[in-house]
Design a protein around this ligand. Structure first.
Ligand code: LLP
Length: 415
């Protein structure tokens, strides 16, 4: 059995099947390139997350706030709405999209960075949305927006702090700490010394500070666990200090980041241990919280989607072998082109195993050397017309795709 096989992806007669539909037949019916998402797999992923948090005591709600930046497909949003999820939105357009999908304002938290007054005005058209403050300087803009819209009732707010520690699968996805692993200064959240003052200011303005939030990065593996739980300790300690200062919080939001498995040798982030750790610390700190929140993106979506592409021809050049496919990374699965560390397994859906494997680079149709879905992969030799599947394409693929070279962004189907 291949490491990536499971309930969603299976091999039958040496062909790839997606939830019992043949990849080749889907490609034939809907055309390629094609994103295929599985509703059932999203639900399985959600279930595994809920199970991890199932030891939560009665009276402590665990909110699953889907980080819709991972994939804002309306059908997916509706699926998650039915499952009682909340929404983590990072732009006014995401807030709008969530409302259109049917989420009530109260279930949406807006977490913005480099936000304008106009952004806040758009968000506050839905005054029940929770506004997560990412900079002390945002408060003045929020107030100006609130005045302009003549919002009388107290807006519920939360504070995104930066606990000084963060982790991600590459430097571009570390979102807490002073600098990322490549030295880039980290723009997110409020530094420790500003948190209490910010809560006081928010309260004095008549806003309702309801929660404390952190998001440490994206794509964690097992090695990240020790740092991540240290940041959990810091968050719980900070909430204790706020409580002492008179701020009874409704929720602590631990953000997203717990990564699914992108490659065979990757050691999976221990989600059950993480959940148990959070629950234990929150309980022993007696914070009187109503809820804890997590913001899954990749965990729910990454493994629930694939991209199907068609091989146009096999090319040889200076001893290199290429499968030239009818899609470009930037227009479909841009992650390998953007992040050197990003890896997407590629499966020869028309002939999964068997025969002699060749070392082949899967090249896209864009005018850029970095437009390769995978470099020198070992695959049964594809032929013209074969379908290849790029796995883990459910999160941060369609949502980050561009029209580079004036190429279209592929169609999506939800099984
Ligand atoms: N909450 C906040 C505030 C976030 O900014 C993010 C992701 C999440 C939750 C969800 O993180 P997840 O569970 O998906 O790791 N484009 C990158 C990922 C960037 C993630 C940005 N923020 C990638 O393709 O790997």
């Amino acid at each position: 059995m291949n490491w990536w096989e499971g309930e969603f992806l299976r091999v039958k007669n040496n062909k790839l099947y997606l939830e019992s539909r043949s990849a080749e037949q889907l490609a034939e019916k809907y055309g390629t390139p094609l994103y295929v998402y599985s509703r059932q797999q999203i639900l399985r992923n959600l279930r595994s997350l809920r199970e991890a948090f199932s030891p939560a005591p009665a009276g402590l709600e665990v909110r699953m706030a889907y980080a819709m930046k991972a994939n804002p497909h309306p059908g997916l949003l509706k699926t998650l709405l039915k499952e009682d999820c909340w929404i983590d939105a990072v732009s006014p357009a995401e807030v709008e999209m969530a409302i259109r999908a049917g989420f009530t304002e109260e279930r949406i938290m807006f977490t913005g960075t480099s936000i304008s007054q106009e952004d806040f005005e758009q968000v506050l058209k839905h005054p029940g949305v929770i506004v997560n403050i990412d900079a002390y300087e945002q408060i003045a803009l929020l107030e100006a927006a609130r005045k302009r819209l003549r919002i009388k009732g107290p807006v519920r707010v939360s504070v995104r702090w930066n606990p000084g520690l963060g982790r991600g699968f590459c430097s571009k996805t570390v979102t807490a700490g002073d600098r990322s692993s490549d030295g880039t200064p980290i723009k997110f959240g409020l530094e420790d010394s500003l948190v209490l003052g910010t809560f006081k200011r928010l309260k004095n303005l008549g806003l309702k500070p309801a929660g404390l939030h952190q998001h440490l990065g994206s794509g964690w593996t097992e090695e990240d666990f020790p740092v991540i739980i240290k940041a959990v300790d810091r968050m719980v300690k900070k909430a204790g200090e706020l409580k002492k200062a008179g701020f009874q919080l409704e929720f602590l939001d631990f953000g997203g980041g717990f990564g699914p498995k992108y490659r065979e040798e990757q050691r999976l982030f221990p989600l059950p241990e993480y959940a148990a750790y959070i629950l234990d610390r929150v309980e022993s700190a007696k914070l009187g919280l109503k809820a804890i929140v997590v913001e899954p993106g990749k965990h729910l979506l990454a493994g629930a989607g694939v991209l199907l592409v068609r091989v146009e021809y096999i090319k040889k050049s200076y001893g290199n072998l290429f499968a030239c496919v009818n899609a470009g990374t930037y227009n479909t699965v841009p992650r390998p082109a953007i992040y050197e560390e990003a890896y997407h397994e590629i499966v020869n859906a028309s002939r999964v195993n068997g025969g002699k494997k060749v070392k082949i680079t899967i090249a896209g149709h864009l005018c850029e050397t970095g437009d390769v879905f995978g470099v020198e992969r070992m695959l049964p030799l594809p032929q013209r017309g074969y379908i290849l599947a790029v796995l883990m394409a459910g999160a941060y693929c369609r949502s980050m795709a561009s029209h580079f070279n004036l190429r279209d962004i592929p169609r999506e189907i939800l099984l």
